[in-house]
Every structure is written in C-alpha cells, then in structure tokens.
Design a protein around this ligand. Structure first.
Ligand SMILES: NC(=O)c1ccc[n+]([C@@H]2O[C@H](COP(=O)([O-])OP(=O)(O)OC[C@H]3O[C@@H](n4cnc5c(N)ncnc54)[C@H](O)[C@@H]3O)[C@@H](O)[C@H]2O)c1
Length: 362
C-alpha cells in the first residue's frame, strides 16, 4: 500500500471512552502531531466526562454517526471491548480511517484475517498498539539482550501474579465483557493480560516455533473462573527458550496506580542475567531493571518506570508514524496476528495435555 504521511496534524477521534482512555489519551494530550476532533461512546456520561479534555471536539453515540457528520477524520483510536473489535475495525477502515486498535486484536484467526483484508482493501493502516514495547525498563532489557553485556542469552522467565486488592477503580461495566470473554475460553490472565507477555516474547527474541502449555482454572466468585495457575513454555526460532508462570493471589495487596499486577522478566546469558522487577504495579521496590554480570549488580534507578508512560510513548509513536511513515509500527496487524497464533497454540497444547504445537500450524 502507498502510505502518504500527513503534512499537517492528524485529525483523530477516540472510539470508546472507558477505563483505558485515561492512559491512551496521554499520547494525544499536548501533542502537536494531532488534533482531536471526535469523541464516540454510547454513554452520555462518558462523552460528557471526556469532552472536558477536548472542548472543541464533537461527540457522537456511534462511529456511524461520526462518519455521516461531515467531521473529517484521518485516524481513530479504538478502545472498545474485545468482542466488538473485528466488526468495528472493518467498519472504520471502510470509512477510510486509519486505525490504532487496543489489544487483544481479537479472539480467533478468522476475525484477524477479516481485519487484515479490510485494511488491504481500503488501503488504510491497521496498527494494534502494544504499550509494553514502549516501557522503558523493557526497552533497556531488549538492548541488553542485543549486546554482549551478559553474554549470549539462552533462556528467560516471565512471571505474572494478578492480585485482588489495590490499584485503581475498574467499573463493573469494564468487567462484564471480560467475564463473557472468559466464558469463551479467552481468560483475563493468559489471553487478555497475557497478550502483552506474548508480545514482549516475540519482540525480544523473534518468531516462536514451538509452544507447550498447561492452562489452569480457579473459581474466584459465582460463575467466574480465572485461567490460573498456568504455565507456558516455548522455543523461538533462534533457539532461545522462554517460560511464563501465571497465577492469582486473590487476597494479596499490591500497590499500584493502575491494575494491581506483579510482573517480572528475567533473561539469562552466559555471563549474567538481567531482570525487570515490575511494570504495571509497584511490586518489588528495587530499581526497575537490575543487571548482574562479572560478580556485580547494577541497578537502574532513573528509568521512566511509570507504566502509563508506555501508553504515552506508544501513542506518540503512532501519531509520529502517521506524520513521517518512519520506523516499525509496533505492532502491525500481521505482527499482532502472530501474537494471536502464539496464544492459540498455547490453548491447543493445553487441550492436548501439553504437547508441542507450532503456532504456524494453527
Ligand atoms: N494495553 C493495556 O494494558 C490495556 C488495559 C486495559 C484494557 N485494554 C484494552 O482496551 C480496550 C477497552 O478496555 P476498557 O477497560 O477501557 O473497557 P471499558 O469497558 O472500560 O470501555 C469501553 C468503552 O467502549 C464503549 N462502547 C461500547 N460499545 C461501543 C460502540 N459500539 N462504539 C463506541 N463506544 C462503545 C463503552 O461505553 C465504554 O465506555 C479493550 O480492548 C481492552 O482489552 C488494554
């Protein structure tokens, strides 16, 4: 496709003004690359609340109303419940808008293909944002993996513990569609939050050729089962092996400005290791990145380790991309499809007793 960068600020609209708008908006506020001209949500309350950020923007109850309003739009920031992603993205690409979509892209490959086909037909860009790729401690970890600082990396470990206490308020309406996803076998820990972990795996070490998984189930309330304890392991095409253990400590308090998740990434090299100690929450109160090598531990105390900054930088990257066309999209629709295949390979493996599954065979 021939993409022509914009030689003026991008005219953008937010589609979905719920919980995560509070972080996605950070890439837009004070950004000369963009002019926010539309706000879309069926909720009157949400529209009124977000109008305060963008007094000059017009508000609409649906994307169709925006499309027929005469307001000129170049790109939309799509922040909708996952079940709506595929139809909404196809609709919006059809209006001729570039799309920056929240993760997970969607729940199955048919929907992913529908979106990719729609982008091709409309000659518009579909980006699936992945804010973790913009979290500075993880960016530094990637730089360590790509240099000789700890020697050649052979394996790594990711850990997630979701907790039931702490963090910001999440309205019940934001949970309801997540519970529907859980019933469809796309749990909040392995699929929804897990999307980030699988993305970082591919981003750090490249394509995955083999996945083995053991996905658990734990009742936490009437009709609500979380997809833990779970263990996923995999091998990249370059031979590096990864393992990720996921659990929930429902009564554990986790200090957090956002979701109360305890997370870490630790890569092992021939001469040392490097570990990101926290991300979304304020778990281990050490420097957010530590590197052990040659008998010495180095701690990075001054990285921007506020999780919200990763949203700001992902959003700025997208808007800058539309203005210049420079660099990778992080992620393109095709790269997001690879993340989906990785997750689906894990489900297929777990359903078959943990056998090896090649994501490309899904
Ligand atoms: N990157 C991350 O770390 C992260 C974190 C949380 C959520 N998310 C993702 O962000 C997306 C939104 O999540 P959320 O927590 O903000 O959900 P939410 O339920 O809080 O917000 C969704 C909003 O969409 C609105 N909406 C529903 N149907 C609509 C329609 N047809 N047109 C326009 N608006 C509509 C709802 O009224 C609501 O305000 C999901 O894809 C979720 O997975 C990503």
């Amino acid at each position: 496709m021939n993409f022509l960068p914009y030689d003026r600020p991008v005219r953008a609209a937010f589609i979905g003004l719920g919980r995560i708008y509070d972080l996605n908006v950070r890439g837009y506020l004070g950004n000369p690359d963009v002019e926010v001209v539309g706000l879309v949500d069926p909720s009157d309350e949400r529209r009124a609340q977000r109008q305060a950020d963008w007094p000059a923007a017009r508000t609409f109850a649906s994307a169709a109303e925006l499309a027929s309003s005469g307001v000129e739009i170049d790109a939309v920031e799509v922040l909708l419940p996952v079940q709506l992603h595929a139809d909404a993205v196809v609709e919006m690409l059809g209006y001729g808008w570039h799309v920056n979509l929240q993760k997970p892209m969607c729940s199955d490959l048919l929907d992913a293909q529908r979106m990719l086909d729609a982008a091709k037909t409309s000659e518009r860009v579909l980006r699936v944002m992945e804010n973790y790729l913009f979290y500075e401690p993880l960016r530094k970890l990637k730089a360590v993996a790509e240099t000789d600082e700890i020697g050649e990396v052979s394996s790594y470990h990711i850990k997630t513990v979701g907790t039931g206490a702490g963090g910001w308020e999440v309205p019940i309406s934001s949970w309801l569609w997540q519970w529907e996803q859980m019933k469809l076998g796309r749990g909040i820990m392995v699929f929804d939050d897990g999307w980030h972990k699988l993305s970082t795996a591919i981003w750090l070490f490249g394509p995955v050729r083999e996945v083995r998984a053991w996905i658990g189930s734990t009742p936490v309330g009437p009709g609500v089962e979380l997809d833990v304890p779970s263990v996923l392991s995999w091998e990249h095409e370059n031979g590096v092996r990864g393992v990720w253990d996921i659990d929930v400590a429902i009564d554990m308090y986790m200090r957090s400005d956002y979701y109360p998740n305890d997370e870490r990434w630790e890569i092992t090299g021939r001469r040392g290791y490097a570990r990101v100690n926290r991300c979304t929450g304020r778990g281990i109160q050490q420097p957010s990145l530590e590197i052990y090598s040659g008998g010495e531990m180095r701690g990075y105390h001054a990285l921007d380790d506020d999780w919200a900054s990763s949203f700001r930088d992902s959003g700025r990257h997208w808007l800058n991309w539309l203005r210049t066309g420079e660099g990778p999209l992080l992620w393109s629709g095709q790269e997001a499809q690879a993340v989906l295949r990785f997750a689906l390979a894990a489900y297929a493996s777990s359903a078959s007793g943990g056998i090896s599954v090649d994501p490309a065979a899904i």
